[in-house]
Design a protein around this ligand. Sequence first.
Ligand code: GLN
Length: 303
Amino acid sequence: MDYQAVLEEVAAFAQPLVGRGQVADYIPALAEVDTGHFGMAVADVDGGVYGVGDWERPFSVQSISKAFSLALVLAEGGDKIWERVGTEPSGNPFNSLVQLEYEHGIPRNPFINAGALVVTDRLQTLTGDASTTMLEFLRAESGNPDVSFDATVAKSESEHGDRNAALAHFMASYGNLDNPVSTVLEHYFWQCSIEMSCRDLALAAGFLARHGLRADGTRLLPRREAKQVNAVMLTCGTYDAAGDFAYRVGLPGKSGVGGGIVAVIPGRCTLCVWSPGLDARGNSVAGVAALDHFTSLTGWSVF
Ligand code: GLN
């Protein structure tokens, strides 16, 4: 496969959509990002990395961090996490509260905000420092020691974090958090504020294409748990658009309101695309179109 040629063709295809959609202005620091960016990277399981456009420019990973926190909790604590969070699509927006009451404080899945808060709580208990654990993992897997938090974004989110605070307090009332709500929120906001490029993210998610093996060949996850993360990404990684994403792209994927999407082709490669304009459900407009075109051109969906 001539990845570079495919990426150039995908970028040309997506270009008319770049700038469409809205930035996530409920986090004021993200509202300042220019919607004119587009970048895309592929990291294959043999170590090759290819990119196009703004593929080396860091952006706010936001909810893409939820795939890494889930993997780290599975690595540290095994599948006990599934007693605290489900594996079903929610069919609701990522920050919705409505299902939590009748499901007794157990979120539908780890990729909506409620579920990610539970996962962060577990990571904090298992490691003593959830956000630093994730940062160190991302630096190691991407090979980029400069990956870091953006304190401005973390602060902005914390100052406008009433909805996440409400979700966390509500779950705490059901006993589904071990750490103080303030601690869980702090680590969650720090994780979301991490800045990485498409290149960094495609490399860092490589363990999902390698069935659980890290970049250095050591095992992060058993194959079964790598399968679980990919499966939940497919069914829940793009929230209430997961059905549409599976239909169009046909890959496990995890989006973030910074405009990034990571997608996995198990056994072959990982992809990351970034373009900040979002659709109404919080997924990058040009990003989804680019992934759709990539799997259409290559025939490499999981279907
Ligand atoms: N940090 C964002 C939030 O909690 C993440 C949401 C997202 O990327 N979908 O709202």
